[in-house]
Design a protein around this ligand. Structure first.
Ligand code: NAG
Ligand code: NAG
Ligand code: NAG
Length: 691
């Protein structure tokens, strides 16, 4: 104990010391632009952890050593259950008994009762409210009581379709408390998308809200929810409805809808229910390549351990610290860095309902950091680009005292170099570009604030996290070992704790999508390479997923939506590189013959139909009418070629399988006339290889 205290002390004082050095270096040595640090731990601490966690003989020892991060009802005897013939289905800590809610709330209340657990800030209304740990426990245990009363049992699904309000977080934790499985659906999704998730997960209950905000608009969440339930055709769902404020109230469907506030008044508090280590904590839907939603299922024990490890070693967040993730609880980042991550560590989490800019201004993130003494910020490159656009010289940043801030992590897409350099110039802390996916549950590759901080290389995701044995494979599943050579990013099985258990109710699709193509590996679906210092660089997707403003969406789903238009016979949607959103979807449609088309009106209808079917989250604002799509002789649309055209790239080689090569110059003209290629600038140099 004493020894531990001494080590802890040394570590803390070293940290403060090195922070000063880092800042000084920045001002003295103009040539060293990026944040540098000397950590108290040796250079090889990262390497030791990585090697131990990826060596098959020591893998289990590594994770057994991390089980102290969690309070167990029953500790795991078997660390990795390898009984399934397919290592994609091996289970971590399966024979343990544990509860996520207990680890995120109950165990901290004795010590932290009157300290802030959740700091809610509403940028739209300019309001804020703090919840202490005791209040959080009170709200969550009562809400769990409401769930019980409404018939929700262990293993039942609860969909949460809410704006970023504290009750949404209570709703997630209350599920975990009784072993119900939450599925949070991002509020930007339209009724159609929501109904698909209802159909797939068949929830016993939906936690909803009367309304939410978008810049300059109030969104009627209840109406969307009512529509979605109708479309889904799923019976017997109950709705627990939060009426926000007293101005706008949503109509209640008697017998189906229950009022949140009045239900809470009479609710009994419910205690944590120990669950099996591999009991699902949540389902989170991502866009599938076919337009069918894919429900990523995540376990409880592995998620407790890996999330806590992440906060400790990657974020350097500990009891009493303040963490602010400017994401949304509808995304995996929100699950882990707004809700479970900070709370499991006993840290305060900032829950922010607002935008990076405009609610009220581009200083909002820095204002929050100053006010609550935030230590770590999690955001997305797209948010930083939005702030940068309004604050090129960092004047807004200078207005606030952000000296409490020690690191900015970000994910959602690879951070482009200009954005990286801008933020580093104005905020001299560790800028940590994280690469991960909903599927993996935590960060595949990044830098490590509290293990060893590698020298920065903008645009790179630095080094794979312990447990992620990342390999680059070629088309024949042969490993590419030379540096700087592009291939498919794969992770050698078994995956570390918190990796998805499966796709909900669809083991076969899970195998097909992720495990079948390269036996023995998880296929990440991205292309990338290791550079000559072993840094991982992530490039483009190898399937039809588009990443727009940090949201991963399926272009196939958008094509399906377009095809619902009575006058469209063919549609192709491709991703165009966009300085602001990373990528934006561009639609190409072929209309039925014969009709006179009002072009403006037609294009408007096309964008409207995608907005209706997928939601505003798709950022689908461009649709180009063409005579013919480029296709192979077997009828496959040449989407890669279309992508090159919208990106303004030269088409060096027209695919030999093309059916009618004259289509290409015609489309190039259509795209030019549409005005898509205004100012095109060469992006960063990329290594070449065929995929
Ligand atoms: C929290 O505040 C209450 C009421 O003021 C007090 O009785 C209690 O001892 C406090 N708990 C802690 C852990 O400080
Ligand atoms: C929830 O938290 C609030 C603090 O804002 C508190 O007033 C309330 O009593 C708590 N409990 C319930 C059941 O709402
Ligand atoms: C293109 O990028 C280069 C360097 O990144 C820059 O100097 C140049 O001004 C840019 N051109 C345009 C048209 O944006």
């Amino acid at each position: 104990m004493i020894l531990l205290l001494i080590i802890l002390n040394i570590k803390i004082s070293n940290l403060q010391f090195t922070k000063k050095i880092a800042t000084n270096q920045l001002y003295q040595k103009k040539t060293t632009k990026y944040y540098q640090t000397k950590m108290s731990r040796p250079n090889n601490a990262y390497q030791i952890a990585f090697d131990k966690s990826t060596n098959d003989k020591t893998r289990e020892d590594f994770w057994r050593d991390q089980t102290y991060l969690v309070d167990w009802y029953k500790k795991p005897d078997v660390i990795l259950d390898r009984s399934h013939p397919n290592p994609g289905f091996w289970r971590w800590f399966k024979d343990s008994r544990v509860n996520m809610c207990y680890n995120a709330i109950d165990r901290h209340v004795g010590e932290l009762a009157n300290k802030t657990a959740i700091q809610y800030v509403c940028g739209y209304l300019g309001t804020e409210k703090a919840y202490t740990w005791a209040e959080l426990l009170d709200n969550v245990s009562r809400l769990a009581g409401v769930y019980r009363k409404l018939g929700v049992k262990k293993g039942d699904r609860v969909i949460i379709y809410m704006p970023m309000v504290p009750e949404a977080v209570f709703g997630m934790l209350a599920c975990a408390r009784i072993g119900a499985i939450h599925s949070v659906v991002f509020g930007g999704f339209a009724a159609k998308e929501l109904s698909g998730r209802i159909q797939d997960s068949k929830p016993a209950l939906i936690l909803g809200a009367s309304y939410g905000f978008e810049p300059g608009k109030v969104i009627n969440y209840k109406q969307i929810l009512d529509e979605a339930i109708d479309i889904s055709g799923v019976d017997g769902i109950k709705v627990l409805l939060l009426q926000r404020g007293d101005k706008v109230t949503a109509p209640i469907k008697v017998g189906r809808d229950f009022d949140y506030h009045s239900s809470m008044l009479f609710a009994e508090k419910v205690d944590c229910v120990p669950v099996e280590g591999d009991h699902p904590l949540y389902i989170l839907y991502t866009s599938g390549t076919t337009g069918q939603p894919k429900g990523i299922v995540r376990d409880t024990a592995g998620t407790c351990v890996a999330t806590s490890w992440t906060m400790q070693h990657i974020m350097d967040i500990h009891k009493g610290d303040v963490y602010f993730s400017g994401s949304d609880i509808g995304w995996v980042v929100g699950h882990h860095f707004i809700v479970y991550g900070p709370l499991i560590r006993g840290a305060t989490t900032v829950l922010y309902e607002g935008k990076p800019t405009g609610t009220p201004d581009p200083g909002q993130f820095w204002r929050i950091i100053e006010k609550y003494r935030v230590k770590g910020l999690y955001t997305a490159p797209t948010a930083l680009r939005a702030i940068r656009k309004d604050d090129l010289n960092g004047d807004w940043i200078k207005k606030f005292d952000i000296s409490s801030l020690q690191a900015i992590s970000m994910a959602g897409e690879r951070c482009d170099v200009p954005t990286y350099e801008w933020i580093q110039k104005h905020v001299p802390v560790l800028i940590n570009d994280n690469y991960w996916q909903t599927e993996t549950g935590w960060i595949i590759s990044c830098n490590y604030k509290n293990l060893y901080t590698h020298p920065i290389k903008p645009g790179s995701a630095i080094k794979p996290a312990p447990g992620f044995d990342v390999r680059i494979l070629d088309q024949d599943n042969k490993e590419i070992t030379e540096p700087n050579k592009l291939g498919r990013i794969c992770i050698k099985l078994p995956m570390p704790p918190s990796f998805m258990l499966t796709l909900y109710n669809n083991d076969e699709a899970f195998i097909q999508k992720y495990l079948a193509e390269s036996p023995g590996y998880y296929l990440a679906g991205d292309s990338g390479y290791f550079d000559d210092t072993g840094y991982l660089n992530v490039m483009a997707r190898i399937d039809d997923i588009i990443n727009t403003a940090g949201h991963r969406l399926s272009t196939a789903a958008m094509e399906e939506a377009l095809l619902k238009h009575p006058n469209i016979v063919e549609a192709a949607v491709v991703a165009k590189v966009d300085d602001f959103k990373g990528e934006i979807p561009i639609g190409f449609v072929v209309a039925k013959q014969g009709g006179n088309i009002n072009l403006k009106q037609f294009e408007k209808e096309c964008t409207a139909i995608v907005r209706l079917e997928i939601g505003p989250v798709a950022s689908f604002n461009n649709c180009i009418l063409v005579d013919k799509l480029p296709k192979t002789r077997s009828g496959k649309i040449l989407r890669q070629t279309l992508k090159k055209i919208v990106d303004g790239e030269k088409i060096e080689k027209i695919p030999p399988t093309i059916d009618d090569a004259s289509v290409i110059p015609k489309i190039q003209t259509d795209v030019e006339n549409y005005g898509l290629l205004k100012k095109k600038n060469a992006s960063t140099q990329q290594p070449t290889a065929k995929l």
